[in-house]
Design a protein around this ligand. Sequence first.
Ligand SMILES: [Zn+2]
Length: 136
Amino acid sequence: MTDQELVAQAIAMQEFSYVPYSKFPVGAALLCADGTVFTGCNVENSAYGSTICAERTALLKAVSEGRRSGWTAIAIAGQGEDYCWPCGACRQMLYEFAPDLRVLAARRDGAFQTATLSQLLPHGFGPASLNMGRDT
Ligand SMILES: [Zn+2]
């Protein structure tokens, strides 16, 4: 699958966003090494703090279906004029499972930029951070 195809899947997922408050639909598509794609959209809530982002929706779908590894890239597509990079909470959640994940951030016109998750969250806190020098 090409990067453009993954971005296209993220753009298509905006259709399912539930965004009555922000009016800012976001779609995401998480690609695994075997070609499996887990998609997601943002789902808002009247209790704003309960809102979940598109990329975390895709992440939860993957993990809840037994896919915790082998993630190669995630595309995130918003409808703004700027590239739709993941928020801090999503960067942290993704880092847990795939610190070297490629992130494709798309804007309204479908153009996108890429970065690795480690570039977006340098010195990130992950499972290895909990080792604290103990033998496991
Ligand atoms: Zn987020």
